[in-house]
Design a protein around this ligand. Structure first.
Ligand code: FES
Length: 160
């Protein structure tokens, strides 16, 4: 005698998943993965991909005992600050030839790239630099000096 009723299968021997169902489940998992991947990408979008550059304006405290004619170079800046009897002034240390950073020395500045030499006031003493080093805007707010690397002033402009 045969029975038509299906016998319950054991948990250790599950019914095989038909091929069509397996393909459907796989595509569902693939769609879910793609959706999560896209969401993760969209969440990352609002973050800026570039870092902001430091401000061109910065405060500087020059040493009290800075000798006349000696440069003070604030750390991380391409600026040399000088103090004399007429006041304070700032000279850019970006060479006017091809943009290397010039190094201060006893006579002024020297460019390590092609050998241009500049006086303490930025005038060209030896080429190939075509122009003097530009002077930068310095403001004095009650003893607090602020230098603006983005603004040049006529050479000879000093702040008391
Ligand atoms: S970059 Fe300074 S001399 Fe050429």
């Amino acid at each position: 005698m045969t029975t038509n009723a299906k016998e319950p299968r054991s948990r250790l021997d599950p019914e095989p998943v038909p091929r069509r169902d397996w393909l459907g489940l796989s595509s569902l998992w693939a769609m879910g993965g793609a959706l999560l991947f896209g969401l993760a990408g969209m969440l990352k979008l609002p973050k800026a991909a570039v870092l902001a550059s430091p401000s061109k304006k910065f405060r500087v405290a020059i040493p009290e005992n800075l000798p006349v004619g000696e440069a003070f170079v604030p750390p991380g800046r391409a600026v040399a600050v000088f103090k004399d009897t007429d006041g304070v002034y700032a000279v850019s240390t970006i060479c006017t030839h091809l943009g290397c950073v010039v190094k201060p020395n006893a006579e002024g500045f020297e460019c390590p790239c092609h050998g241009s030499k500049f006086a303490v006031n930025g005038d060209v003493k030896k080429g190939p630099a075509p122009r003097p080093l530009p002077w930068l805007k310095v403001t004095n707010n009650g003893g607090q000096l602020t230098i603006d690397e983005g603004t040049t002033v006529p050479n000879g402009t000093k702040v008391a």
